[in-house]
Design a protein around this ligand. Structure first.
Ligand SMILES: [Zn+2]
Length: 218
């Protein structure tokens, strides 16, 4: 299975990719995570990425594509792969075609109000970066990390106005890509969340059934 997963920030791409990885034994290449780790480790790539981020610029395609190629090269032969955070533009989608033959697009469709509710209740440990949620995943002691007793904070971009803006950017980026893949006849499976308290398991099962129907997994 060669797949792309699309979903707004907070739609649960990480959760779904991890579960599909476990269930299907596929590799997940999450560009955002790769860049964050490189910046943290202050590697050559990390420094480059950081310099663009500081300027408020996007990391140029040639760097993103190079990193993608490096990570694809590490995927064992015959193993499936899910791309998360790539492609973001039509240019990147066209480049991807020359590198990888896609089988499927996985689209997480989560209403804006659920995303806003989820993200604005997210809290992160200042010390160990563990993620909590004041609604679903409360720490034992308010505002204190269960694991390391660090203080919890809210990311400045996890407030409703900024989230609205991030959602708009996502829509603007993703809509043309979905049209592009439809025209290319790449099948799209959509996982629709309608309730804020829906756990991911039944949705993952559903996704798995659809992949089987399409004979993308067996
Ligand atoms: Zn902690």
């Amino acid at each position: 299975m060669k797949a792309i997963i699309f979903g707004a920030p907070g739609a649960g791409k990480g959760t779904y990719s991890t579960r599909l990885k476990t269930k299907l034994g596929v590799e997940v290449i999450a560009m955002g995570d790769i860049f964050r780790t490189q910046v943290k480790e202050n590697s050559e790539l990390g420094k480059k990425v950081q310099s663009y981020v500081e300027k408020g610029a996007l990391v140029p395609d040639e760097i993103v594509v190079e990193v993608l190629k490096q990570h694809l090269a590490k995927v064992p032969n015959g193993s499936g792969v899910i791309l998360d955070g790539f492609p973001r533009t039509l240019e990147q989608a066209k480049t991807l075609e020359t590198i990888l033959q896609l089988d499927i697009i996985i689209l997480l469709d989560v209403p804006d109000w659920i995303i806003i509710e989820r993200l604005s209740s997210r809290r992160i440990c200042k010390n160990c970066s563990a993620v909590y949620n004041t609604r679903f995943l409360k720490p034992k002691i308010e505002n204190i990390c269960d694991k390391c007793h660090g203080e919890l904070y809210q990311r400045p971009d996890d407030n409703p106005d900024v989230i609205q803006n991030r959602l708009k950017i996502y829509q603007d980026q993703t809509s043309p890509l979905l049209i592009y893949y439809k025209e290319k006849n790449v099948p799209i499976i959509t996982s629709k969340t309608t309730d804020i308290d829906t756990p991911p398991e039944p949705l993952v099962e559903q996704m798995f059934e659809e992949l089987k129907k399409l004979k993308i997994v067996n």
